[in-house]
Write a protein that binds this ligand. Structure first.
Ligand SMILES: [Zn+2]
Length: 65
C-alpha cells in the first residue's frame, strides 16, 4: 500500500508550520488530527478529520522546500 502524506504547509494557518507527516492513511489521519488540535488549536471533530483526509496526498508527491 502506498503511503500518504499530510503537508502542513498546505493547511491554512498563521504559524508557517512546515511539518510533513508520512505513513499509512490511518496513521497520518490520526497524527495530523492530533497535530492540528495540539499545535493549531483546532477542535477534534469529525469535520476536522474530513478536512485532514481531504489534504492527504501520495507520499511520493513530496517536494522539499
Ligand atoms: Zn502544523
Amino acid at each position: 500500500m502506498a503511503r500518504l502524506m499530510a503537508d502542513c504547509r498546505r493547511f491554512p494557518s498563521e504559524s508557517n508550520c512546515s511539518l510533513v507527516i508520512i505513513g499509512d492513511e490511518d496513521e497520518v489521519l490520526r497524527a495530523a488530527s492530533e497535530h492540528a488540535v495540539s499545535v493549531h488549536g483546532h477542535e477534534d471533530t469529525p469535520e476536522l478529520r474530513d478536512e485532514v483526509r481531504g489534504m492527504l496526498e501520495p507520499a511520493d508527491a513530496y517536494t522539499p522546500g
